[in-house]
Write a protein that binds this ligand. Sequence first.
Ligand code: SAM
Ligand code: SF4
Length: 327
Amino acid sequence: MERPLIDTFGRRHRDLRISITDRCNFRCTYCMPEEGMQWLHRNDILSFEEIERLARLLVERHGIESIRLTGGEPTVRAHLPVLVEKLAALPVDLALTTNGATLRLVAHDLAAAGLKRINISLDTFDRDRFIAITRRDELDKVLDGIDAALEAGLAPVKINAVMMRGVNDDELLDFARFGREKGVVVRFIEFMPLDADQNWTNESVVTAAEIVERIGSVHPLEPMPSSNAPAMRYRYIDGQGEIGIVASVTNAFCDTCDRVRLTAEGKFRNCLFGLEEYDVRGLMRSGASDDELSACIEGAVLAKWAGHQINQVQFIRPHKSMSQIGG
Ligand code: SAM
Ligand code: SF4
């Protein structure tokens, strides 16, 4: 690796999130409006070859060590295992985040293509509530998708649960029980102001402190050593596994953030909440060399700010929803 991605605050970037599509078979309230999404045109989305070129450059030249494929819903992209196979050939920790609804169909092929780990989003165990949150009646398919991922040997399987006050916070202990019984890691995510419908309020956030307190009072927890990963980790004292909490709102991990992003339309972003995007697709399609791509990416990283300011009055919401940026 010749040129690590270090910003002006000395943070070295090792983690890349690639959104491979803005489309989705769900319409989660915290992520997308029910109607009216304008999907990108097929030609505007990065091809597998373009994604591979950028990923290779970022890994081999700039020291990226982990890549997560996301979206939109990555499994709606045709021939996903082909892309996984290309990226799995790089010296990188490769993972995928999915809503899980079609995993029964693709989990085996993804594992065979070289995918090791997977995060599956699930916010409730109640069918009516699931329909209200995702606007789709697919709870059974997602639960079956979790089993399919386990059967395909993907490990660890992690469950992403966005906790929202008055929506699903009464299921905290059900999630803890599910994780303990199934042998999966539940990652509780604080609700972030990236919902297209703009219903987010500070009060709707179920804080990390509350999550630890409520679960820990029934199943005692102890903190685990933290790495650079955004999730704070706790293990059950009785040895029945662990949980993670992504406290993006109440305990922003911006100080140690090592993540950069690529959107489905080939825009490089230095922060989920950033307002700037850098057009690497345009550069590639106009014949840019690797050196020119590197210069653009390094400029983007140098321009990274100290951190988002969700809790402050000057916070400006990005103009895009989570599904468009790539969660
Ligand atoms: N479609 C895939 C899925 O749902 O897992 C991948 C994309 S989705 C945008 C990635 C993750 O972002 C999911 O775990 C989802 O729950 C989370 N997410 C979406 N909107 C969010 C919000 N406003 N606050 C917190 N997490 C959010
Ligand atoms: Fe789709 Fe994932 Fe957004 Fe839900 S969270 S609408 S599944 S992209």
